[in-house]
Design a protein around this ligand. Structure first.
Ligand code: G3H
Ligand code: ZN
Length: 288
């Protein structure tokens, strides 16, 4: 079976992207896996610090590993947005396939210092673990927004600077980079987020020469995804749209049958709702 590094390299070469989807429970994991399996494409499961504390750090590793082994399927686990070296170390020790050190809110120097420490730990852990760095602030919460998140500035001067990105990648040795290119976490209440700066994606990609990761994918258009992927994005993260679909489906299910007490029955529509959102995203990302 291909490794995560090989799947990313292949996606990059074919100018498609691997879908990265967050989970907080086993229902969402099944919904995502079923969607990927039906299209026969690799997939990454993400858990933020909060999500993995809820599922269990070692437990989520066991869940994803059990699916990978039982179905001989390229499904990988990423420690999404991790804010300290200690938590990166915890995820690597627990068996994650990749980690993101998110130092976007730190100074450039501090971000480099800790990202470098994470890369060193990953390289010496005895197995292959990929490390992603973040440069440029894009907000922190996957939720419905009334306005662009505080601290996020979509004007050109505040997006990731290609020269700084190059310096960051050279000094840290990260495997992938998450830039700020007009993207942000969460979705505006209208369901549509502002357009991405594709020219910036192109400039950063040619400056750094490593795969780029687009965070905050909920609310972005099919057209933006296509252009971003054609210009250097190799992984796209989606969370809010899955959360909304799951919440709405479970709410409807409970409203329709308030007497049902079996979680495996009233949560079932949640699995289907996640599967449907993920299927449609994976089709754009993989050009299917
Ligand atoms: O890391 C998670 C993602 O970047 C999700 O962003 O909630 O806007 O889809 P999103
Ligand atoms: Zn993210």
């Amino acid at each position: 079976m291909k490794t995560l590094r090989e799947c990313i390299a292949e996606a990059r070469e074919r100018k498609v992207a691997i879908g990265h989807f967050n989970i907080s429970n086993v229902e969402s994991l099944w919904g995502i896996f079923k969607a990927a399996q039906s299209l026969n494409v690799p997939v990454i499961i993400g858990v933020s610090e909060g999500e993995r504390d809820f599922v269990g750090v070692r437990q989520v590793v066991a869940l994803v590993k059990s699916i990978r082994e039982e179905f001989q399927y390229p499904i990988f686990l990423n420690a999404d947005h991790t804010y300290s070296f200690d938590r990166v170390k915890e995820a690597i020790d627990a068996g994650f396939d990749s980690v993101i050190f998110d130092g976007a809110k730190l100074s450039f120097e501090e971000n480099i210092k800790i990202a470098k420490q994470c890369v060193k730990y990953a390289r010496n852990c005895g197995r292959e673990v990929l490390v992603e760095g973040e440069l440029g602030f894009i907000g922190t919460s996957s939720k419905i927004l009334d306005a662009i998140p505080e601290g996020v500035d979509l004007s050109e001067k505040s997006l990731t600077d290609p020269a700084k990105a190059k310096e960051f990648v050279e000094l840290t040795g990260v495997d992938m980079l998450a830039p700020a290119v007009g993207n942000f976490h969460g979705v505006l209440r209208s369901g549509v987020d502002p357009k991405l700066n594709i020219e910036k994606v192109k400039q950063i990609s040619s400056a750094v020469g490593i795969p780029l990761v687009l965070h905050g994918g909920s609310g972005n258009s099919e057209d933006d995804f296509k252009k971003a992927i054609a210009n250097g994005i190799s992984i796209v993260h989606i969370n809010t749209e899955i959360r909304v679909a799951y919440r709405d489906a479970v709410k409807k299910s409970l409203q329709e049958d308030p007497e049902e007490v079996a979680p495996y029955k009233f949560l079932k529509p949640g699995v289907k709702a996640v599967q449907d959102v993920v299927t449609s995203k994976l089709k754009f990302f993989n050009n299917l």
